[in-house]
Design a protein around this ligand. Structure first.
Ligand SMILES: Cc1cc2nc3c(=O)[nH]c(=O)nc-3n(C[C@H](O)[C@H](O)[C@H](O)COP(=O)(O)O)c2cc1C
Length: 233
């Protein structure tokens, strides 16, 4: 299984350590693991020029960096996104990365390779905010068309991995075993969820009427999605 991990912080704390434990369970001898650290790999905020939507993603001022990550994402069977909770939400740098991929939402120009991928979102907090943090990321992945999304949020009652109690670590190990087994069980046979297909079908009707701009409409037409073809075929 090829895995790309996108770390929502460069801090190697609880979230990073949990991601490593997942990798230990999920990697096999043929696995290719790719890692993206934020903000190191995409340091700039979206400038709001909207060139990606209107002209094409290659017109983004940050295209080179974003495209490198796009290629890493495309090569993965499983995408792992990690984020500690920062004031009840994902980190600013993770949000910045997701903003740069707005153009590939199903409402615009979805990447057909997403429709058979799995994702795992990992979040930790001292106490609370995992649900809203995971949702910040899951919203984008669903609208990218990612077929199956697994979620793992944990309140660790600590500010770093060393501060996490042995009792909590034990429950984390058990959770990792359980979720990893589910991921391994569906590997190679991942079909998009009902929700993803429903969003695609609604947007297909919008695109049939011309969509939001010419670049999007032309893209849907070229892929044959306005007729019989579907990205998951
Ligand atoms: C800027 C900042 C904001 C935070 N906001 C929250 C919060 O809203 N809720 C919470 O329970 N913990 C919050 N925390 C604590 C972290 O989410 C928690 O310690 C997390 O496990 C850190 O992950 P890491 O060790 O991977 O960096 C915050 C920490 C920082 C640095």
């Amino acid at each position: 299984m090829n895995i790309t991990v996108i770390y929502g912080t460069e801090h190697k704390g609880s979230t990073y350590n949990i991601a490593q434990l997942f990798l230990n369970k999920l990697r096999n001898e043929n696995a290719e693991i790719r890692e993206v650290f934020l903000p190191r790999d995409v340091p700039n905020y979206c400038r709001g020029c909207a060139q990606c939507f209107e002209k094409g993603e290659e017109h983004c001022p940050d295209y080179e960096k974003v495209n490198r990550i796009k290629k890493d994402i495309e090569k993965a069977d499983l995408l792992i996104f990690t984020s500690p909770v920062y004031v009840y939400h994902t980190t600013g740098q993770m949000k910045t990365l997701l903003d740069h991929f707005g153009y590939q939402w199903i409402v615009h120009r979805p990447n057909k390779l997403m429709f058979n991928k799995m994702a795992l979102i990992i979040s930790t907090a001292a106490g609370g905010g995992m649900k809203s943090t995971i949702k910040d990321i899951a919203d984008s992945l669903t609208f990218w068309g990612v077929a199956r999304i697994f979620k793992y949020g944990k309140g660790v009652a600590a500010i770093n991995w060393n501060g996490v109690s042995d009792k909590k670590k034990l429950s984390i190990y058990k959770d990792i075993d359980r979720i990893s087994s589910k991921i391994i069980a569906i590997q190679g046979n991942v079909k998009p969820s009902f929700k993803v297909k429903a969003i695609f079908n609604v947007m297909r009707l919008v695109q049939k009427k011309g969509g939001f701009n010419k670049a999007d409409h032309d893209y849907w037409k070229e892929h044959g999605w306005l007729h019989n073809k579907r990205p998951w075929q």
